[in-house]
Ligand binder design. Structure first.
Ligand code: ADP
Ligand code: MG
Length: 672
């Protein structure tokens, strides 16, 4: 059995379980081992009922007080009981646990582990706690148990067991890094690291495991970046362009004038495209800094020179939105664009027609997802490729383009706020332009950070905004029930809201597990104002532009990196109306509140990310990922800046031939 073996071959995994794993994108043993925990449960000493802390996962040792009563609500069995010790009492609620009476017996002490909340009068409650005998709990004490992202029907236990089984049967795992490098940077072996990330013996072991895997991820990425730079630096441009009157006229007709920063960046791009070498440029600019219009200008110059330009977005929804706004501008400003859309969910016929228009040169601006370079699209004379909101396309895209024998100009747009020193390493294959100024006409977004207790008021506020004709986003960290304890999920939350709000208010939801066509339909309905409240995961994080949306509420805000919250906030405040952002924290710890308060103080993504890192310090390794749009599997460019620099140095050594590797694993940039 090796890494490529399907997990079905593992003991204890049948067709049904394998299908559930399939939903998480796990088919092979390798993919299973790469399903890293999203966090760890540390089992701390059980508390007495008097010591409970609201909103924090804890364990209480207590015994049954009175009986267990059960009632049925539709297909749900709800059981309640009270447990107590000398210091106090806690009410417990369980769902669909018909055998509860066999689990909790009178007069014996048990450990109940869950998230306690305190009612107004001071009474403690816990929903669906895990129940342990003191003996079982004792065995878990002071260990770190992995917590995995799950899907309905798949339990954490099943995943844990499967991974143990995989380690037991997959034999040796080759370490491609030579001992020399491992020593130099103090890295543990690959197998040890992989095992340690799933089943760490203690926190120290976990740190070493994580450090090695982070290093690997950066290292492989850096090698690709460097290779790419070598391949594309100084490539003679086959598409030298001239400036035409079209861009000037377009700028004159726009209802606003470019900001100084936009001007500067546009000049850099213009010079690149007129120059001797092929352009490889990154535009870095905070949300709302106006990157789209710069992309349109570059596409316009391309079209006016008789070439084709393509614009790729990370999601279909975003691609469609760009297409529509370019089609609209074409009409409104009389631009020489003949736009075409190409995305995965179009029908075969639609795709065929679009491809034909691209091949004949009839279409001169082509908008789509990465299908644009992956599928068999033949361009007549493609001279510019713009990618929006995801620089990670950069590398793959270069490869794909080179594979087609195309030396096109490349423009990458990113809103990920990172300091310049890191940017130079991470975007080593690109020249960097920064839009460091927001358009002046913006009303600053009003922010507030609240505890769960203020939800009702927030809902009332939303209803008022909706009555004024505005729209609302609500973000939850999880997709569906059963994925993680104590965190809000999109599906149940939407159901709940439908009961809270009057019927005429339209509520829908959106998440990454939905089919692309369904996602498009929902986003379009939202953009058209047919949906008042959209409950979503962070899939809406990138680039969506619905200026009529004025309220953004984020549930479990404490679970997100501040840079990511800032990106989410960028979805509102795009129109003329005052916009609001409500961060709901389910933890009232002082530290959490202080951290979230940084968002109140600043609207500057660079500043926010840096402050967040300072406040949390390098010790805070798990749980919160900062850089949503960079999407490394485990590495985080902010907290792992040190590893990033080391890996970059090691990549340099490798490429200069000073070290050799047994075999370099290929990185799948889609999964990163
Ligand atoms: P992002 O950089 O996040 O992609 P967009 O390009 O979507 O930002 O721009 C956000 C909004 O700002 C759009 O509605 C756009 O029309 C508007 N905009 C862009 N540049 C300017 C400007 N110089 N002055 C005023 N509004 C602008
Ligand atoms: Mg954008």
């Amino acid at each position: 059995m090796d890494q490529k073996t399907e997990i079905k071959a593992l003991k204890g995994i049948g067709e049904k379980t394998a299908a559930l794993f399939g939903k998480l994108g796990i088919v092979t043993v390798e993919e299973l081992l790469a399903h890293y925990p999203v966090g760890y449960d540390s089992f701390t000493e059980a508390l007495s009922a008097g010591e409970l802390e609201s909103g924090t996962l804890c364990a209480v040792k207590a015994r049954l007080h009175g009986g267990i009563s059960s009632r049925k609500v539709r297909n749900l069995t709800i059981s309640t009981c009270k447990v107590s010790d000398l210091s106090g009492e806690v009410s417990l609620t369980f769902f669909n646990m018909p055998y509860l009476k066999n689990v909790i017996k009178p007069d014996l002490y048990y450990i109940f582990r869950g998230v306690p909340t305190q009612a107004k009068g001071g009474a403690w409650k816990m929903e669906q706690p895990s129940v342990y005998t003191p003996e079982d709990y004792g065995k878990l004490l002071d260990t770190l148990q992995p917590r995995y992202s799950l899907t309905a029907g798949l339990t954490n236990k099943t995943v844990t067991k499967a991974i143990r089984q995989a380690f037991a049967s997959c034999g040796e795992l080759e370490d491609y890094l030579p001992a020399q490098i491992r020593q130099k940077y103090g890295l543990i072996g690959y197998r040890e690291a992989l095992y340690g990330i799933h089943f760490p013996e203690n926190e120290l072991a976990l740190r070493s495991a994580r450090r090695r895997l982070v290093f690997d991820e950066f290292f492989l990425f850096m090698v690709q970046i460097r290779r790419c730079r070598e391949d594309c630096e100084g490539v003679e441009s086959p598409y030298k362009m001239m400036e035409t009157a079209d861009t000037v006229r377009f700028l004159e007709k726009l209802p606003y004038s470019l900001t100084g920063a936009q001007e500067k960046v546009w000049t850099e791009i213009r010079e690149d495209m007129q120059g001797r070498y092929v352009m490889n440029r990154l535009i870095q600019g905070d949300v709302g800094s106006g990157k789209t219009v710069i992309a349109v200008l570059a596409l316009l110059m391309t079209a006016a020179n008789g070439y084709q330009g393509a614009m790729m977005a990370p999601t279909e929804v975003l691609a469609r939105q760009h297409f529509e706004s370019i089609a609209e501008m074409t009409k409104k400003y009389g631009l020489p664009f003949r736009p075409a859309l190409l995305t995965g969910s179009m029908t075969a016929k639609e795709k065929r027609e679009a491809r034909a228009r691209i091949e004949s040169g009839e279409a001169n601006v082509i908008i789509g997802t990465h299908a644009l370079i992956q599928e068999n699209v033949v361009y007549q004379k493609l001279a510019l490729v713009v990618t929006d909101e995801q620089h990670r396309f950069g590398v793959r895209q270069r490869e794909a383009l080179a594979g087609k024998g195309l030396d096109t100009h490349v423009l990458v747009m990113s809103a990920t706020p990172i300091p310049r020193t890191l940017a130079i390493i991470l975007y080593g294959d690109l020249n960097i332009s920064v839009i460091d100024e927001l358009p002046a006409n913006r009303l600053p977004i009003k922010n507030c950070v609240v505890g769960c207790g203020l939800r009702e008021r927030a809902y009332q506020f939303m209803q008022k905004e909706i009555e004024k004709g505005r729209q609302v986003y609500i973000i939850c960290p999880m997709v569906e029930e059963g994925e993680a304890e104590g965190l809000e999920n999109v599906v149940s939350y939407t159901e709940k809201l439908k009961r809270v709000f009057p019927q005429q208010i339209q509520i829908s939801h959106l998440h990454g597990k939905m089919k692309p066509a369904e996602k498009n339909r929902i986003m379009e309905a939202f953009a058209q104002g047919d949906i008042d409240i959209l409950v979503s995961t962070t899939v809406i994080e990138v680039g969506i532009n619905v200026p009529n949306a004025t309220v953004m509420m984020v549930e479990n805000a404490e679970r997100f990196g501040l840079a990511q919250l800032h990106q989410l906030r960028g979805r509102v405040g795009r129109g003329a109306e005052q916009s609001y952002c409500i961060f709901v924290s389910s933890s009232d710890k002082k530290q959490t509140m202080e951290r979230l308060d940084i968002l109140n103080r600043s609207n500057d993504g660079f500043y926010i990310a840096a402050e967040d890192l300072k406040l949390r310090g390098p010790g805070d390794l798990f749980g919160i990922r900062q850089s949503g749009s960079m999407n490394f599997r485990i590495a985080d460019i902010y907290q792992d800046a040190k590893e990033l620099k080391e890996a970059s140095e090691a990549a340099e050594l490798f490429l200069s031939g000073d070290i050799s590797l047994s075999s370099l694993p290929r990185v799948d940039f889609r999964s990163i």
